[in-house]
Design a protein around this ligand. Structure first.
Ligand SMILES: [Zn+2]
Length: 476
């Protein structure tokens, strides 16, 4: 427990403190100073209405008087003072000479052992670990996370920064005899990178050769996957041009992000995809004419090993050995492989239905119904009336009902008529239309210009990043 000692010093400082407050013509209700055992001034406060100024008291003590509405934490490396609070401005001053200790958490470390190694006592550990909302983060720290301790020459912990990752910092500051904490999040800077290449073997091999990160290549394949089958359709000589975002913090790249605009030329046919956020706030990729890059349905709602039974209106049933139409496709897949909703819609049935076993039925726009049967289990929350999006997991593959092996029986019905899920013409996803199309086309022109600039000039990437930011400013 900190003790108030050295009453003589306290009185001298109190006097100076009140003098300054008076000089600044601040209405003072009361003022107080607090020292620790070794006479470090650790807390000074007064109650007032409003002030904003900075003054030097002595060479080693500086007062920073903040506007009372500010709730700021100042770094205490060079600044000797500081903070705030509610309607009472609050100061915690300390002398120069505070040292910063940077610790990288190792396997066997915990808050207690680290504090111990820095000469901080267990009462500090206890106070830190009890800080509301954030204290528990310190007691569950993981290897390779970082801690920055600011310790006064007399061994007093002034501030602790807990840095669990490159974007977040939890700052524990002295507050009276305790600590208070808050989360500070850094927003990374976005830069654009351009990469182009020609296919000589496969998209994945050749994109790697020209330095396109795997994550971005996968996104490219996903975006263009509706138009180009990257296993069957890709030809030697296909070209790709990709402009994507990278995240930077303090000049170092931390992440590859999304594609902004990309062109793929498949067998001479050019398709360009542009990322666009529509008026409803949903972001997707569109062709230059406003059509979605996606279809309203994915062709196969499960990753399957083989098709064990095709759509066949006059099939010999494997169990009953009679002619019974097979109204769907059977996709053989391992037990519990996730089954996805093939399009947006509303669940109209989820449960047990004799031959089907566990089954989910989804109603989609344009009077389309899809059916997913023989599931081992139905996903939590999937029940009648539930809205689902394309790609949502609705169930897991099993062999419930009349089934000989684990597979998904999948049906696609249009106006009540069964269609072959493998060949049925899938409707387009909602395009951009109406009044929005005009502003979209304006956006397209700018984005194509941006892509063209990169194709013809590999100059300063930052220049284009600036153009891109300006463009976003104009459009927002
Ligand atoms: Zn079947």
């Amino acid at each position: 427990m900190d003790k108030i000692t050295n009453f003589k010093m306290v009185n001298v400082f109190s006097f100076i403190f009140i003098l300054i407050i008076s000089f600044l013509n601040i209405k003072v209700v009361s003022a107080s100073l607090l020292y620790n055992e070794t006479s470090d001034l650790i807390d000074a406060r007064y109650h007032q209405t409003c002030c904003k100024s900075e003054i030097t008291l002595f060479s080693d003590i500086k007062l920073n008087l903040c506007n009372h509405s500010v709730n700021k934490f100042y770094g205490i490396s060079s600044v000797t003072c500081l903070i705030r609070q509610d309607h009472n401005v609050f100061f915690a001053l300390h002398r120069d000479g505070t040292h910063k200790h940077i610790i990288t958490v190792k396997n066997d470390d915990n808050l207690s052992s680290i504090c111990n190694s820095l000469g901080l006592n267990q009462s500090v550990v206890l106070k830190l670990s009890k800080v509301k909302k954030f204290g528990s983060k310190l007691t569950s720290m993981k290897p390779n996370e970082k801690l920055e301790f600011w310790i006064s020459p007399s061994g007093y912990l002034m501030q602790l920064d807990y840095i669990p990752n490159r974007l977040d910092r939890i700052r524990f500051c002295r507050h009276k005899l305790d600590f208070k904490a808050r989360l500070e999040t850094i927003s990374p800077t976005i830069k654009l990178r351009f990469i182009q290449g020609v296919v000589t073997e496969s998209l994945f091999v050749d994109s790697k050769k020209v330095g396109l990160p795997t994550k971005v290549t996968s996104q490219l394949a996903n975006i263009f996957g509706w138009d180009v089958d990257f296993v069957q359709d890709v030809r030697v000589g296909d070209e790709f041009y990709v402009l994507y975002e990278e995240e930077y913090i303090h000049g170092s790249k931390i992440n590859d992000k999304d594609i902004v605009v990309a062109t793929y030329i498949n067998k001479g046919k050019q398709i360009t995809a542009i990322r666009y956020t529509n008026l409803n706030g949903s972001t997707s990729y569109y062709k230059t004419d406003g059509k979605s890059m996606k279809k309203a349905f994915i062709r196969t709602p499960v990753e399957f090993t083989r098709i064990s039974s095709k759509f066949n209106p006059s099939r010999l049933h494997p169990i009953f050995k009679t002619i019974q139409p097979h109204h769907g496709v059977d996709y053989a897949a391992p037990l519990n492989t996730p089954i996805k909703a093939s399009g947006d819609g509303v669940v109209i049935f989820a449960g047990w239905m004799n031959g089907y076993g566990n089954v989910v039925k989804i109603q989609h726009p344009k009077n389309i119904v899809t059916v997913y049967a023989h599931a081992n289990s139905i996903h939590t929350g999937i029940k009648k009336g539930k809205r689902v999006k394309q790609g949502d997991i609705i169930a897991k593959v099993g062999k419930t009902g009349w089934a000989t092996g684990t597979h998904l029986h999948y049906e696609f019905q249009v106006n009540g008529k069964h269609c072959n899920p493998e060949t049925v013409k899938l409707p387009e996803a909602t395009p951009i239309k109406g009044n929005e199309l005009k502003s979209f086309k304006h956006f397209v022109v700018k984005m194509l210009h941006l892509l063209e600039n990169h194709k013809t000039c590999f100059a300063d990437n930052n220049l284009f990043s600036d153009q891109y930011h300006n463009l976003n400013l104009i459009l927002n």
